[in-house]
Unconditional design. Sequence first.
Lengths: 201, 201
Amino acid sequence: MGIAERKLRQREEVRNLILETAWEMVREEGWQALSIRKIADAIEYSVPVIYDHFENKEAILLEFGKQGFGILTKKLAQAKKKHDDPGAQLKAIADAYWQFAFNNKEYYQLMFGLNMQACETEKVIPERGTFRRLVSEPIEKILNNHHRTDVNACMKYHTFWSIIHGLVSIKTLATGTEISDEVNKMVLDDAMTGFIKNLER
Amino acid sequence: MGIAERKLRQREEVRNLILETAWEMVREEGWQALSIRKIADAIEYSVPVIYDHFENKEAILLEFGKQGFGILTKKLAQAKKKHDDPGAQLKAIADAYWQFAFNNKEYYQLMFGLNMQACETEKVIPERGTFRRLVSEPIEKILNNHHRTDVNACMKYHTFWSIIHGLVSIKTLATGTEISDEVNKMVLDDAMTGFIKNLER
DNA sequence: GTGAATTACCTAACACTGTTAGCAAAATTA
DNA sequence: TAATTTTGCTAACAGTGTTAGGTAATTCAC
């Protein structure tokens, strides 16, 4: 039954076409500019065809969210692998996170923008758990190495994420700031050093 | 010429009515649900009347942004005033910031949400400068007290803001997290302690 | 090969957005 | 009282997400 397969393949092709076109629009005009009608126009299909492949607009965005988390966790895992010392690992993770956010502004904005309030990302995107484990592990190691039983790793994980996410959002959202990239990197590095020192007691 | 004055007063009244109604909607249904037509319906005027008082929807949101920054900076200034020690001041500021964000979720979301990318807030809202000075001053004091000339206060200010803004956004946006308020406070306190310790060398 | 069933796809609409042009009625001024 | 300004409205434009319903092509069973 080659026909059914071909049909499935064609369906997949249209689906990918939708995603590719949508992504192009996002990259060129931002999330705000993305519209079902524009996608339909661009792929030369009528509007309802898109709804044959995605339940609604949110579903398309969610797809990109998944992609984003996939890329991010991969990058973070790679960065971590390059070091053995947990402190160095944390710094490398922070650096990779930072890099990802600025090399993939569109992804980052979607991943941590308004979308989060709409859908419970944790259930839909399992990569978020991967991210947590990735960061928590070196934190736990440092805490163990320094015999710190007064704090738990979960708390520290949140602090870690807050520092870096806060920095990224401020830099991403606040267009008016006139700080150079080098200074930004220094801020991140300084914050990370402080965080790790505080872990070590 | 009492007539002209009365007219001006009436204009002001309608303007306030628009803002009050809009605020009520935002509080009850969130920013997303706010629409010019709904406001017009609620105040029992036609749609174009709203455009006599505000250039566009953005202008209404900006008004709330201004209000939000006004309240925030006031709260922060009050918190700072209660202490003399710059470290204690920073902690108090962080605490007040935290409190504001969660007692005024709507304001915070607007202030640091998508709005920022749309308009250059710094030029439109002078309070942002007040906020920066408020935080920078105790930071500079601590740095001076410990004879630290290797870092500048501006960098540290960004770190401070990042930590707290990151924490708030993660807590505000990520609905899926099951962390209790007490733990959240501990995270903030821990991060602040780390930040200040890192300031002191 | 022919008829039935399925699939693919489109047109057109619904119910919303923000925004504005143009007009009628009311209020103020001369 | 007549002219002018102000006030507020209706109705439209150009978008948005979403869906109901119908047509034409394709595939399947006989």
